[in-house]
Unconditional design. Structure first.
Length: 312
């Protein structure tokens, strides 16, 4: 499957969708901290995915595109996208979020551009540029500086979160290699409908309703889970795939992912009262510089063209 930037207007639309992803993503860590504080991680993962799946199904039905999830040739790839990008990623993310602060949650998932750069080169054959490599190196250095050697929380939660972006990126690689066309609604359906199908039996066996609070506490939690799944989850995913379709995977990742914690810091402070240390602030600043450099780097299409011209 090829993803190219065809026109300047398409690129601007992609950048606008990426900006929406940044705004949407700034609430993810804080809301995850609230929901995992009220329920077990697997229950949060399952219900978040389920509410996202309901949102996808509603949009697919309204557009008469429910058949996108029933294309036989695409089903193995779509199932893998759901299993990796939602089932595994949500288990890792919410298990980690329960154990660490919202600031650390937002910080740890910033490893995604590192996975994206390596994966798109080795698995998809996308060319590299010196500016992109330097930008991602700055992002990695900023993450390391902000996290430090003595994080506030235990290493198990941090390990879960550091591994989460690899699950996300793996689902992107499957989609880019195995699907003949790029349809954001189809991929979103795979993520949330099929991902929920993978999580459902795990939830029933491991936790079930016992993983949720009862009575009034559950009544207060369900609307937050619905918001987390339908808006922060499905809404963000649909915008993400729309941005990737118009830009390229590595560029979209490096614009969106490291930018999110900058706004997340404000949200976590206003909602949870979490404060940022000077070391973390310096790390975030370095990360932001890497994002800016990556955003200004040529797109994959331009890098590929320059590489080809150099060979000729």
């Amino acid at each position: 499957m090829r993803v190219t930037v065809s026109t300047r207007g398409s690129e601007i639309a992609g950048l606008a969708l990426a900006a929406y992803c940044v705004a949407n993503g700034s609430f993810v860590a804080t809301v995850a901290k609230l929901t995992t504080g009220a329920a077990q991680p697997l229950s949060v993962a399952f219900l978040t995915s389920a509410f996202g799946g309901l949102g996808v199904l509603a949009v697919l039905a309204a557009r008469g595109k429910l058949g996108l999830l029933a294309v036989r040739r695409d089903l193995p790839a779509l199932l893998a996208v759901g299993a990796l990008g939602t089932a595994l990623a949500f288990l890792l993310f919410y298990s980690g979020a329960k154990r660490v602060t919202a600031v650390e949650t937002a910080l740890c998932v910033q490893t995604e551009p590192l996975y994206a750069l390596v994966g798109t080169r080795l698995l998809l054959g996308h060319p590299l540029s010196g500016l992109r490599v330097a930008a991602v190196a700055a992002i990695g250095a900023g993450i390391a500086l902000a996290l430090g050697t003595q994080p506030t929380s235990g290493w198990l939660g941090l390990a879960f979160l550091l591994a989460t972006p690899l699950a996300w990126q793996s689902s992107h690689w499957v989609a880019l290699r195995a699907l003949p066309t790029f349809d954001p609604l189809q991929l979103s359906g795979a993520r949330y409908v099929l991902g929920t199908g993978v999580l459902a039996p795990l939830w029933l066996v491991a936790e079930g309703p016992a993983g949720l609070p009862a009575g009034a506490d559950l009544a207060r939690l369900l609307p937050v889970l619905a918001l987390q799944g339908a808006l922060l989850g499905f809404g963000g995913t649909l915008a993400w795939y729309g941005a990737v379709k118009r830009l390229d995977l590595t560029r979209t990742t490096a614009i969106v992912v490291p930018s999110v914690p900058i706004l997340s810091l404000v949200v976590s402070y206003l909602v949870l009262g979490e404060k940022v240390s000077p070391r973390e602030a310096a790390g975030f600043a370095l990360t932001a510089a890497g994002v800016l450099a990556f955003a200004l780097a040529p797109s994959v299409q331009h890098v590929a063209q320059a590489s080809l011209e150099g060979e000729l």
